[in-house]
Design a binder for this molecule. Structure first.
Ligand code: GTP
Length: 594
């Protein structure tokens, strides 16, 4: 296929602005899927994606499109919209020359619109602004065009107004892809060179790598090498994604497709890696920054007899998601398990849900935490750790003040977009989260964009939910990492009947210890069902108890019997800590502030 008739592009947008719907329309119009199949969001394949209506894993499709008597090959890469998955967006972008930036005609520019725009802008891609949902009663495309002009400095004339739902003007989008996005700069004469921009693990065939061919050609039987590990493989199968795998004889420069070459582990086909022919070595492409885990939590089997099963489930799931980090861990109450690192809380929840749905595993997830750092002052400890600075991903191992000269916490720069009527409430919320305002501008006469520097631990669990609820769903939020800052942190223990529950240990800012401890105890009291005896719930710093509650016990005999029966039914979801039954979702729910 001639390179000058290839276009590689992705669709980026804030969540729910209609990426998947537009992708469906593009697939239908180019005949990749039938209109009659009642296909909805066919690119969202995972069960969690269908349930939550969000895209988690980017999917790719090659489309054939006839334009002015010539056939074009359009490679569309669908991307997820949520902040935790912006990593997927940046790798999709690196395989493209252009993007469709979708903005909802009613909601206008939102936080992820801004974040995604900058990813594309910094990669110097052609940006085609598309205003979607013009069929809505409250659609205001004029206003959105003004926002696009003001915030992104893109002339309003470049905007295309569409309804992905009804198909209105979707043909104009296809024309713009052909006319405005440049073809990839790649020549079939060059030695073969391809970028791995995604990879999946398939139980039967091993690793299926999605590649963008930057030069030359590759065919079945070729001997290829992955630059990162320097290992050689024989190509078993390759082809286009339309969006299902469509085997072909060869892949050429400029094309996007999949390749299977007997790799047993996604680590062998790392995202950002370069593939080349064994007889024609080339210099590796620059690749990507590895994704950095920002939220850590312990994961334990409900019952130690399920340990091996859970281990293999975690192994298989991480085969597909190289951004998850795994370390073995153990706890007195929960036994042997793991400490996993995720890109964010949603990433963690999705991982957990996939473990339960796809692998039928039953998991206890402990309170999530961010990676803190401590600068050690004790010579003995420095020697033990081989470094003066340690990273702590498990609050139970948080070192005592007496051996530390300084604690550091991870910071993020957050962007909030909101109708201006909510700015007061939002500023109060941010202040309560120890945030510092960096910037505030009006993007039109009613909408405000604010930037805040937040400690990550203040937004990890529940910030987003609160922001949404106090703005009736109108405010949006996104963030990027902003390094570390010194902070006055302390470790807080939660005790049940005098016994510390390691899984509920948290690190808090000193100023916030009292209120956080009180709130955690209250919520724990509400989430522990009545048992046969009283339970004392305490929050403590060192040996000092800062908050204390006692639960009622079950009452008379008949009630006790009912209680026992009810508990037996709920058993699978309960976890015994000492002599107390704790619901398995309590670990996360006690951290959520009202
Ligand atoms: P994520 O994958 O979760 O990031 O969302 P998305 O951007 O892919 O959005 P999706 O295509 O799932 O659309 C979100 C909602 O908007 C769905 O309920 C769609 O039916 C609806 N929608 C999409 N396009 C249009 C449109 O042109 N008009 C109207 N009225 N609704 C639309």
């Amino acid at each position: 296929f001639p390179v000058d008739r290839i276009r590689n592009f992705c669709i980026i947008a804030h969540i729910d602005h209609g990426k998947s719907t537009l992708a469906d329309r593009l697939l239908e119009m180019t005949g990749a899927i039938a209109k009659t199949e009642k296909n909805k969001q066919v690119l969202d394949k995972l069960q969690v994606e269908r349930e939550r209506g969000i895209t988690v894993k980017a999917q790719t499709a090659s489309l054939f499109y006839n334009h002015e008597g010539q056939q074009y090959l359009l490679n569309l890469i669908d991307t997820p919209g949520h902040v935790d998955f912006s990593y997927e967006v940046s790798r999709s972008i690196s395989a493209c020359q252009g993007v469709l930036l979708i903005v909802d005609a009613n909601q206008g520019i939102q936080a992820q619109t801004v974040a995604n725009f900058y990813l594309a802008f910094e990669a110097q891609l052609t940006i085609i602004p598309v205003i979607n949902k013009i069929d809505l009663k409250n659609a205001d495309p004029e206003r959105v065009e003004s926002q696009i002009e003001k915030v992104f400095d893109i002339p309003r004339e470049e905007c295309i107004r569409i309804s992905a739902k009804l198909g209105t003007n979707v043909d104009k989008v296809l024309q713009a892809v052909v006319n405005r996005i440049p073809p990839p700069q790649a020549s079939t004469e060059d030695p073969f060179k391809a970028l791995v921009f995604d990879s999946n693990f398939d139980h039967y065939r091993g690793v299926v790598a999605n590649i963008a061919v930057f030069g030359g050609r590759v065919k079945k039987g070729d001997k290829i090498v992955s630059a990162h590990l320097g290992k050689a493989y024989e190509v078993n199968e390759l082809g286009l994604l339309r969006p299902d795998e469509h085997p072909t004889q060869k892949l050429f420069a400029g094309q996007v497709g999949y390749i299977i070459a007997g790799m047993k582990d996604v680590k062998e086909a790392q995202i950002g890696d370069t593939l080349y022919l064994q007889e024609q070595p080339v210099e590796a492409l620059p690749g990507f920054k590895p994704a950095k885990a920002m939220v850590f939590a312990g994961m334990y089997p409900m019952d130690q007899s399920e340990y091996t099963g859970l281990r293999s489930a975690i192994e298989r799931l991480t085969l597909n998601d190289s951004s998850v980090t795994v370390q073995r861990d153990s706890s007195l109450a929960l036994g042997a398990g793991w400490r996993l690192g995720f890109l964010g809380l949603l990433h963690m929840e999705v991982f957990n849900q996939r473990l339960e749905q796809e692998y039928n595993a039953s998991v206890i997830v402990t309170a999530p935490t961010v990676p803190y750092k401590a600068v050690l002052s004790s010579a003995k400890l420095i020697k033990e750790h081989g470094s003066g600075e340690i990273t702590i991903v498990n609050p139970a191992q948080f070192p005592d003040r007496s051996v530390v000269s300084e604690y550091l916490e991870p910071m993020v720069l957050g962007t909030i977009l909101t109708p201006d009527v909510y700015t007061g409430k939002i500023m109060t919320l941010c202040l309560n989260r120890r945030a510092v305002q960096k910037n505030m501008v009006y993007i039109d006469d009613q909408r405000v964009m604010m930037k805040y520097l937040f400690p990550l631990n203040e937004i990890v669990v529940d910030f987003y939910d609160l922001l949404k609820s106090l703005s009736s769903g109108y405010a949006s939020f996104d963030y990027e990492n902003a390094g570390y800052q010194a902070a006055d942190l302390i470790k807080m223990d939660i005790l049940l009947n005098g016994r510390p529950v390691e899984e509920l240990t948290t690190v808090v800012h000193r100023e916030r210890a009292y209120s956080t401890g009180k709130a955690m105890c209250e919520r724990l009291k509400d989430s522990i069902p009545r048992q046969m005896f009283e339970i004392a719930i305490q929050a403590a710093i060192g040996s000092k108890v800062i908050s204390k509650y006692t639960t009622d016990y079950g009452g008379d005999i008949t009630r006790k019997m009912k209680l026992l029966k009810k508990q037996a039914e709920g058993k699978k979801k309960m976890r015994r800590i000492g002599n107390v039954e704790v619901p398995k979702d309590a670990f996360i729910s006690v951290l959520k502030r009202k």
